[in-house]
Write a protein that binds this ligand. Structure first.
Ligand code: SAM
Ligand code: CA
Length: 238
């Protein structure tokens, strides 16, 4: 019971049986293979008061694998923060690959930017400071953008995930991948509502709606993986 309460109080990255087990995975399989500059980006983010927003390294490792599996070249990222998932994407795509990276906040992007520059991958990134939805709508005004992306990662405002999904089902090609982050919302999706802290209820509501909707979406194959804070991997099939 103590463990459950702890998990729900803050959307920590451990959804496993114990913190020790999560630590075991990180220390055995993730950290030893994490590129040095991604570690550095985690370190420069660590002193930020919202450092827990960075993508969990175990979820990041799976994302890097997916990017490689589909030979992703053109990608979209919604929700950059200091750039952990952005840098791992930039490191995983080819030198002439492109990422449209969208975030409302330029300041947090600039925290990680020196590390991105040091990695020599800044030329792959088109960072747009904006609400994400109008950027996706603008992309869709040009027919050439339809089906032109291989991969998208969504890690921003949960209230808009279904709006993003509708746009991404047009922008990402058939066979392409869309990954949604935080789809278990600290484990709260399976808690009785009265036990969920007030600050998590809003996100929990939209996450539950997203999960239901994705589960019945015939346009995708999907896997709901309990990594990090829960990630849902969707492959567009129609
Ligand atoms: N993927 C990032 C990483 O690996 O560090 C973490 C992203 S953080 C959880 C969420 C980000 O989404 C924040 O930087 C926030 O500014 C951004 N955001 C929130 N609402 C947004 C919106 N409507 N449009 C664009 N970005 C948004
Ligand atoms: Ca996240």
């Amino acid at each position: 019971m103590e463990q459950t309460t702890k998990k729900v109080t803050s959307p920590t990255k451990g959804l496993l049986q114990s913190d020790e087990l999560y630590q075991y995975i990180l220390e055995t399989s993730v950290y030893p293979r994490e590129p040095e500059l991604l570690k550095e980006l985690r370190e420069v983010t660590a002193s930020h008061p919202r450092s827990m927003m960075g993508t969990a390294p175990d979820a990041g490792q799976l994302m890097a694998m997916l990017l490689k599996l589909v030979n992703a070249k053109n990608t979209i990222e919604i929700g950059v923060f200091t750039g952990y998932s952005l840098l791992l994407t930039a490191l995983s795509i080819p030198d002439d690959g492109k990422i449209i990276a969208i975030d409302l906040n330029q300041e947090t992007y600039e925290i990680g930017l020196p590390v991105i520059r040091k990695a020599g991958v800044e030329h792959k990134i088109n960072f747009i400071v904006s609400e994400a939805l109008p950027v996706l709508d603008k992309l869709l005004e040009n027919n050439e953008n339809e089906g032109s992306f291989d991969f998208a990662f969504v890690d921003a405002d949960k209230v808009n995930y279904l709006n993003y999904h509708e746009r991404l089902m047009k922008l990402v090609k058939v066979g392409g991948i869309v990954v949604y982050d935080n789809t278990l919302w600290g484990g709260s999706v399976a808690m009785p509502e009265e036990l969920v802290p007030e600050g998590m209820k809003h996100g929990r509501h939209f996450t539950i709606e997203l999960n239901k909707s994705l589960a019945s979406d015939p346009r995708i194959l999907m896997s709901h993986a309990p990594l990090g804070d829960g990630i849902t991997i969707c492959k567009r099939i129609q």
